[in-house]
Write a protein that binds this ligand. Structure first.
Ligand SMILES: [Zn+2]
Length: 99
């Protein structure tokens, strides 16, 4: 199965594309793994990855937020990243954002 490693919450986690994943994606806490459904488009994969990252943050920190609130935040974060790639590239590179 195709997989990548990501850094999150001070840990290295696995993100795996799985043809048997029944949902769009899921966070598997015990395995430290996010699985994405193999039939998703690249855009859906990206949005689902952001969603599952928030699911991981929620579960590992025992945050009490509803699934609908988590979904709204995930969609807005994904859209902010997608719609402002140059800004986030500069932020990540540690460059000046203003001026
Ligand atoms: Zn969810």
């Amino acid at each position: 199965m195709e997989h990548i490693k990501i850094r999150l919450m001070g840990q290295t986690l696995t993100v795996e594309v799985d043809p048997d994943e029944p949902d769009f994606g899921a966070w598997y806490s015990a395995a430290g793994k996010i699985k994405l459904n193999a039939s998703l488009t690249p855009t859906q994969q990206g949005a689902t990855l952001v969603h599952e990252i928030l699911e991981a943050v929620k579960s590992e920190n025992e945050l009490r937020i509803s699934h609908s609130a988590l979904s709204v935040m995930a969609n807005l974060i994904y859209a902010a990243l997608r719609d402002n790639p140059e800004l986030f590239a500069r932020i990540i590179a540690g460059e000046e954002v203003f001026g």
